[in-house]
Write a protein that binds this ligand. Structure first.
Ligand SMILES: Cc1cc2nc3c(=O)[nH]c(=O)nc-3n(C[C@H](O)[C@H](O)[C@H](O)COP(=O)(O)OP(=O)(O)OC[C@H]3O[C@@H](n4cnc5c(N)ncnc54)[C@H](O)[C@@H]3O)c2cc1C
Length: 400
């Protein structure tokens, strides 16, 4: 292990990732890309991003730590490096975010050999897009209140119900799905399946429009949908335990099978905006109030980066969920504050939206600000994150 805390294999991999990304960063796409994978709406966006994911997979930057027998590259501790290098290079995000960061790690922990061989390779290449069917109209924060039912019928299960806020459902081949298999027990009455979506009889996917005017998530209806028992993950009644594995990865407690990239560093982007914006006849970047706000943002982002370095020091990780819960909470709020500052710096121009040719950065800042509210809700709202941090990590008394 060298000074960097990396083994020689990891250092060589880091060098490979940096070199490959330097030589292969794609040119700007011919269409506008959304800010993140869960907002991909059009087939042209999907095709461009799928092609990029496949190239990254072939360069071993996706599926890096996944065993070779399931289509991965069999390395150790290298996925985090690949993700960091992609983000540093500002390359496009991975479209199959649900597959890579939630489904694959969950299947690796709870799946059978044949499930791993069937399901993981297509998720890594990006050919098979995944979505997550956890939330329902009455089961969001109270995730155990699932009402979508699965009833055993010989070797199959008959599923009926209604999922909502299903990101990427409109392009998905597969869904990770929680169902209720017993009404007698709240938590132990849940069972977890992988359900085919695209073209599967009885499944309807309906887009939902967001505050931004875009879509990206959906409601998914199940009417007498048949799922073979071979698509059940882990035991009947163990759905809550399997879902907790998924949530641990979704909230970033551990590396999944990929997920780096996603555009320019927000602080650098804000500084560039301030250099192009004017207020009271001076450049915003020369205005002391704006400069102070920019420095505050830079401090927050540097603090977030420093805090994540604690992950490498076991003595600073007294509770396994402290860092991931903190990170989801603080990074979603930091993104929101950065976007709010972008809107302020652009001033009146922030009222110009995506299709206006005069909108700064094609309307990025108002779009990012409206979108940032989703980040404080998805994967468990920040109020819930605060409750969990308070009660489970800090040991505070339970809220009433
Ligand atoms: C952009 C985006 C993408 C998403 N993608 C997916 C997806 O792909 N698949 C999927 O399954 N779901 C997805 N979701 C759904 C997400 O997981 C839920 O929205 C979230 O869990 C909150 O549930 P809810 O919307 O039902 O709100 P509710 O649970 O009804 O909460 C409403 C409000 O009450 C507060 N609240 C509730 N309970 C408590 C409590 N005990 N203490 C304090 N405050 C409380 C909440 O913080 C919130 O402010 C997505 C959501 C967003 C915004």
């Amino acid at each position: 292990m060298g000074k960097t805390g990396l083994t020689s294999e990891q250092s060589a991999f880091q060098e490979h990732a940096r070199r490959w990304l330097g030589e292969n960063k794609p040119p700007a796409p011919p269409m506008r890309l959304p800010l993140m994978a869960i907002e991909v709406m059009h087939e042209a966006q999907r095709d461009y991003l799928q092609a990029w994911q496949r190239r990254c997979y072939e360069a071993e930057l996706v599926g890096t730590d996944v065993p070779r027998e399931y289509g991965g590259w069999g390395r150790e501790g290298c996925q985090r490096i690949a993700n960091q290098e992609m983000s540093r290079a500002g390359t496009p995000f991975m479209i199959n975010i649900v597959g890579l960061t939630m489904a694959v790690p969950t299947i690796l922990v709870h799946g059978t050999e044949s499930q791993k061989k069937l399901l993981i390779p297509g998720a890594l290449t990006g050919e098979e897009i995944w979505c997550q069917g956890f939330s329902e109209p009455g089961a969001g924060s109270d995730m155990a209140n699932q009402q979508t039912s699965a009833v055993r019928q010989g070797d199959d299960w008959l599923v009926n119900g209604h999922k909502v806020w299903t990101s990427l459902g409109h392009f998905a081949k597969w869904m990770i799905l929680i169902t209720r298999t017993s009404k007698e027990h709240k938590y132990d009455g849940l069972t977890y399946f992988v359900c085919p979506i695209e073209g599967h009889p009885g499944v309807s996917v309906r887009p939902l429009i967001k505050i931004t005017g875009e879509t990206g998530f959906n409601e998914v209806l199940f009417e007498d949908v048949v799922i073979p028992d071979s698509m059940r993950l882990d035991d009947v009644g163990k759905g809550w335990t399997v879902a907790m594995t998924t949530l641990t990865y979704e909230r970033g407690a551990a590396e999944g099978a990929g997920g780096g990239g996603g555009g320019a560093d927000p602080v650098q982007r804000l500084v560039a905006l301030a250099r192009q914006s004017w207020r009271d006849g001076v450049r915003a970047s020369d205005d002391p109030v704006t400069r102070d706000a920019l420095v505050q943002q830079a401090i927050v982002y540097e603090g977030l980066r420093m805090n994540m370095r604690r992950a490498k020091v076991p003595a600073l990780n007294d509770h396994p969920m402290r860092l991931p819960l903190q990170s989801k909470l603080t990074s979603s709020e930091a993104s929101q504050n950065a976007a709010r500052l972008g809107v302020e710096v652009a001033g009146l121009h922030s009222t110009l939206y995506k299709k206006d040719p005069k909108a700064p950065e094609a309307g990025h800042w108002p779009l990012a600000y409206l979108n940032s509210y989703g980040g404080t809700i998805a994967a468990g709202t920040n109020e819930i994150q605060r409750n969990i941090l308070g009660e489970r990590v800090l040991g505070l008394p339970k809220s009433k």
